[in-house]
Ligand binder design. Structure first.
Ligand code: SF4
Length: 867
């Protein structure tokens, strides 16, 4: 069987995958050794993509009002509703909210329909939440949204500075490349992050700075470079416009000691960073959500770019500022103009651009100014200004800040269309029309990764049920609205060729984004398209896509730093887990991936926990002015005092309260419109439930009713963590299936244990306690898979009669190696590095995502041994 070369569904690294279809909805996944992004490597998420391609939970038929309908009816209904709304209230009364999960061809037609034919720019994307500040920063500095660096530069750099990026978890293959560069050529690594994440393991320096003080740190670095003769005066003179007063503003109050105080780091550490940077021309500064997801994200981006422009460290091998995107095709969306603030093909809304694009599209009604950005767009839905909304491939009821208000807005919107591959999400519940879209394994088109490499995504399976590609759905609606000729595409290649033509149309080298060489690609050539990076080495000749050819230094000042308030003593930061993706609609299907973190945890500093009477494993309520959610507390000295961290992934579908999206404030950066997710005032309160426990079950009970629950996939079933009040027997009645039962109810001690058999197999087991101990979950989970259940004595004890080693929580998902196994092996076998642990236990030898965690365990064991 030949492998199909495609790309990973998840992050912006854009790894190539060699997928071998082995059966109906079955596929073996391997890294594509030929792909320039990953050269055969994959992280845990990519490695386990094969577990997510089944049809469980898929939306397979169009629905109107919750009832199955035909495509023909659904298309006509959507077209008529949009046309009526536009006729009565104007083009700005409708909107599309799209996604970095769409392919470029999907994005292109959605953007063309809204901006050229409906005549509004009310199309925005969930990429607004992840990299809009980088886009705005690039445009301010370079004149065009161009990422000036590639992954090859990471291989060639002598110093890599990671700012606001937990690369080891969020872009693991990039982290592996960095580690490889360190091993091969001794590349130095500095991490600037308020949290000590696993990315810091093995770094030469970690600056645990005060959140939001990045502008002070970068301005201080630039002042240091200026004072120490590190500026590239020739490059500045030739290629960079320095605004009047720029250097005076920069020096204002910026000596190293006061900068260190502002950033809350030691002067020695700050000087170490500045010295390293000053003496290392080949430096890449890679940044991600810690920079972008801020109320001053664009200024933070420009503070980083300023340093690179002023030192001439851009357009050269191994040097430059590098924004790495969160989503697989955020960059493709930027290229087509799928943001409300851009028009198409890297053009803005300048009148000549509107005229050019209108002419190219033969558009009857061009949008002439930017539309509503994500947060404002949903505010407009809530205020009744948007009356018809089409959401494609995203889950804003969970992912937008102040998600409770977003739900209210959706509930009140007269007409909501959702096209998605998943039937039941927190967002589809508000849909008047649901349109079944193809999923990753069925999609065909192109994506662009963080380094501007365009790759083919290829279908592995035929579309199931009546699912259709997003480009097809949009095109059909556009035709039904009367624009048949303008949307007469038969295949993605037709759209790609038009996109390529538009990129080069009247370009005359004004914009770097120009893939006009592909405008005449045949269908066969499109099918065989190899990954290629557009733009070459941007700015290599010191020319920038501005009217005068010069880049801009942008004068930015450190914004006042927030103080903790008596009512809201904590600052909440939200982000990703290593093995989950967004709202878990895909990764949540994988038992392997669920092992890494089985519940949403809120991480807090030990002294904060002590002050609030919170112990490891307690359930807590995290409240902000926007709402409240429940998490299990974990005590982590990796957090700064007063700062807590919670994951973004859990939704109402997987939990009763672990939805972090309800908590952030709906405030945005003034330039980019990107919301700040990293610094929400919050408070934490310990929750007292009468009992706690867990259920394992081959089939998930529906609904799960408990004050607190979270559910995750495990091999052959589900694990549901529970806590609540009242009579546990009632819960047992509600959750457990019929069947032969073994019970142990100890009212005096407040323990309830019930196992239910179906034939010879374990069907489900419930363990509840008031204040006692609960059995180890892993052995019990394993019993769901065996053909003959262990004895009822063993099931009720929650362990086999013969003692089993306790592995602890899983660290290596590929080989199921637990934390306690690793720690034991480090001590008993004197394992001194990650490679030695790999040799002894195989842990970390497949995808490598757990290597930073293993490095951290080795460090902790070493510290413990030293006393
Ligand atoms: S780093 Fe992991 S999640 Fe990201 S593209 Fe590569 S395999 Fe996929």
């Amino acid at each position: 069987m030949n492998a199909i070369r495609t790309t990973c569904a998840y992050c912006g690294v854009g790894c190539g995958i060699a997928a071998t279809v082995t059966g109906e909805r079955e596929v073996t996944i391997a890294g594509d050794p030929e792909h320039p992004a990953n050269r055969g490597s994959l992280c845990s998420k990519g490695t386990h993509l094969g577990e997510t391609v089944g049809l469980e939970g898929r939306l397979l038929n169009p629905e109107i009002g919750g009832k199955r309908t035909s495509w023909d009816r659904a298309i006509r209904h959507v077209a008529r509703k949009f046309a009526d709304t536009i006729a009565r209230h104007g083009p700005d009364s409708v909107a599309f909210y799209v996604s970095g999960q769409l392919l470029t061809e999907d994005y292109y037609v959605a953007n063309k329909l809204m901006k050229g034919f409906i005549g509004s720019a009310n199309i925005d994307t969930n990429s607004r939440l992840c990299m809009a500040s980088a886009v705005a920063g690039h445009v301010r500095a370079f004149g065009e949204d161009v990422v000036p660096v590639s992954y090859d530069d990471l291989d060639q750099a002598d110093l890599i500075v990671l700012v606001g990026s937990n690369t080891a978890w969020c872009h693991p293959v990039i982290y592996q490349r960095i580690m490889a560069a360190r091993a091969a050529r001794g590349t130095k690594l500095v991490v600037i992050d308020p949290r000590r994440t696993e990315t810091c393991e093995g770094a030469d320096l970690h600056l645990k700075l005060r959140p939001g003080s990045d502008v002070a740190l970068m301005n201080g670095l630039l002042a240091y470079c200026s004072d120490n003769g590190v500026l590239d005066r020739a490059f500045l003179g030739q290629s960079v416009l320095e605004p009047e007063g720029f250097w005076d503003n920069l020096q204002h109050g910026g000596d190293l000691w006061s900068t260190a105080a502002t950033c809350d780091v030691t002067p020695a550490d700050l000087r170490a960073l500045y010295d390293m940077f000053a003496r290392t021309p080949r430096t890449v500064t890679l940044f991600s959500q810690g920079i972008n997801q801020s109320l001053c994200g664009t200024d933070q981006v420009n503070a980083i770019i300023n340093v690179h422009l002023a030192t001439g460290r851009i357009g050269k091998p191994g040097a430059g500022p590098f924004s790495i995107t969160g989503q697989p095709n955020a960059m493709g969306g930027r290229e087509v103009g799928g943001l409300a603030s851009t028009l198409a093909a890297h053009r803005d809304f300048a009148p000549e651009n509107v005229e050019e694009v209108g002419r190219f599209w033969a558009a009857p009604r061009m949008a002439t100014s930017p539309g509503l950005k994500a947060v404002d767009l949903f505010r407009a839905v809530g205020e009744g200004r948007i009356k018809a909304l089409w959401i494609m491939a995203t889950n804003p009821a969970v992912s937008l800040p102040d998600a409770g208000k977003v739900r209210d807005a959706l509930a009140g919107c007269p007409f909501v269309v959702v096209s998605d591959c998943v039937a039941d999400t927190d967002t589809t519940r508000f849909a008047h029309v649901k349109l079944p879209a193809t999923a990753w394994g069925e999609k065909d088109g192109t994506v662009t990764n963080s380094e501007r490499t365009i790759s083919r995504q290829r279908a592995l399976f035929a579309a199931p049920g009546e699912a259709r590609p997003d480009w097809w759905i949009v095109t059909q609606v556009a035709r039904a609205m009367g624009w048949r000729n303008a949307f007469a595409y038969d295949r993605p290649a037709d759209i790609y060729r038009e996109h390529a033509r538009l990129s080069t149309y009247r370009n005359d080298s004004a914009r770097l984004f120009d893939i006009g060489a592909h405008a005449g690609l045949t269908n066969a050539a499109y099918d065989a398209l190899e990954p290629f990076r557009w733009g070459g080495v941007p700015f290599a000749h010191g020319r920038f896509p501005t009217p005068d050819g010069k880049a801009r230094l942008v004068s930015v000042q450190q914004a006042p730093l927030g103080k903790s308030l008596p009512k809201w003593p904590f600052t909440l930061n939200t982000g990703r887990y290593r093995d989950q993706w967004h709202t878990m609609t895909r990764t949540g299907l994988s038992p392997k991936l669920s092992q890494h973190r089985r519940e949403p945890l809120v991480e807090m500093h030990p002294l904060d926990a002590e002050m609030h009477g919170i112990d490891e494993g307690d359930l807590v309520r995290v409240a902000t002015p926007q709402g409240e959610s429940m998490f299990r507390a974990t005590i982590a000295s990796t957090q700064r005092r007063g700062e807590i961290f919670a994951p973004i992934h859990w939704t109402d579908r997987q939990s009763s309260g672990g939805r972090a999206g309800l908590l952030p404030q709906p405030l945005v950066d003034p330039h980019s419109g990107q919301p700040g997710f990293k610094a929400t005032p919050a408070r934490v309160e310990k929750l007292a439930f009468e009992w706690r426990g867990f259920l394992i079950a081959r089939t998930l009970p529906d609904p799960v009713t408990a004050e607190y629950f979270t559910k995750v996939r495990v091999g052959q079933g589900w694990l549901v963590e529970l806590a609540g009040n009242g009579d546990p027997a009632l819960l047992a009645k509600a959750l457990l299936p019929r069947g032969e039962r073994a019970e142990n109810v100890d009212r005096a001690r407040g323990n309830l244990r019930i196992a239910v058999l179906s034939g010879s197999r374990l069907a489900a087991a419930l363990y509840l306690t008031r204040d006692g101990k609960l059995p180890d979950r892993d052995w019990l989970i394993g019993q769901l898979a065996v053909a003959t259940s262990p004895s009822s004595v063993e099931l009720l004890a929650g362990r086999p009669t013969a003692l089993l080693p306790d592995r602890g929580p899983i660290v290596c998902a590929c080989f199921d190696v637990g934390l306690k196994t690793i720690v034991e092996a480090i001590g008993s076998q004197r394992l001194i590095d990650v490679a030695a642990v790999g040799q002894a236990l195989s842990a970390g030898t497949n995808c490598g995502s757990c290597r930073p965690a293993i490095a951290r365990l080795i460090g902790e064991c070493r510290e413990a041994a030293l006393g």
